[in-house]
Design a protein around this ligand. Sequence first.
Ligand SMILES: *Cc1c(COP(=O)(O)O)cnc(C)c1O
Length: 358
Amino acid sequence: MKTYQGVIARYRKYLPVTKDTPLVSLQEGNTPLIYASKISARLGPKFKVYLKYEGLNPTGSFKDRGMTLAISKAKEEGVKSVICASTGNTSASAAAYAAKAGLKCIVVIPKGAIALGKLAQALVHKAKVIAVKGNFDDALRLVREISANYPVRLVNSINPHRIEGQKTASFEICDFLGTAPDFHLLPVGNAGNITACWKGYKEYFSCKKITHLPCMLGFQAKGAAPIVKGYPFKNPKTIATAIRIGNPASWEEALSAKEESKGLIDAVSDSQILSAYKLLAEEEGVFVEPASAASVAGLLMLNKRGFFGKIRSKNEKKNIVCTLTGHGLKDPQVAIKAVSSPPVIEAKTEAVAKAAGI
Ligand SMILES: *Cc1c(COP(=O)(O)O)cnc(C)c1O
């Protein structure tokens, strides 16, 4: 039996690797594409909605797809240290892959703006974590300057290897469905992922693996919506810390993905994000972090506006994919706040049965 060895081994002919590239992998990718029956029902009989559950990657987010390649290439090129700015998941992923590769990892984070689970990951993997008095955009500016002047490799998504690795999510979706989806919805923060997924579809299209391209629909949070508004946000605010970004690095590329695919980039409010977050957990059994729910929040918003009602299809159903970027356990604080805490009662059978409502 040949075991699964991660996205580089699986899609090597589409990636910038040679037989001399060391493979630093934690068997990322190969994540489930879950059919969402309840959400599909809301859209009506013409649609099938699937959830690409990227929270099941080794460090709990899609960032691992790009990090396996970025770290493998860094190792191939003899780099000893890597650095990143992070809203949390990039640092968790960089720290884990650097540990696996035996590289030093430096992480610069905005003070107080990282979900607890993600900070724990970076620290446990022994990254050098430095919090700065500023936001993500400040942290990114700093690591860009440092990597230009010191012997450290930048592994944020401006590193082209990150984008290359992340495009494998599109390959998996097409391989699973046997065709490209008709719509692909995803959260947009620094905009690397929408850029990567669109690149993946275009490559599969030019290799004739698929016969059409999806329409790309990206969603920012209302309080951090620079691409939607057309100007950088100085103080981005949203409960969805992973997309709390005021000046996305891949802004232009995200606009190209939108325009070339005849899609859109829109904004959803924190309350829409939280409703989608709860819906996913309560009705589909899928626990995600708040930023991930932006794709489904966007789907429900467009549906309410009649966006999908206007779509024509003969007999075939239209496939819709929502990327769920990260795992719910990353951000336990939001989860606990979103629900009511359990009642405390006497340790007696009758009392428990009564409280359970049975
Ligand atoms: C990084 C991240 C995003 C945003 O992705 P970009 O490539 O920065 O647009 C969204 N959700 C989660 C959970 C993330 O970790």
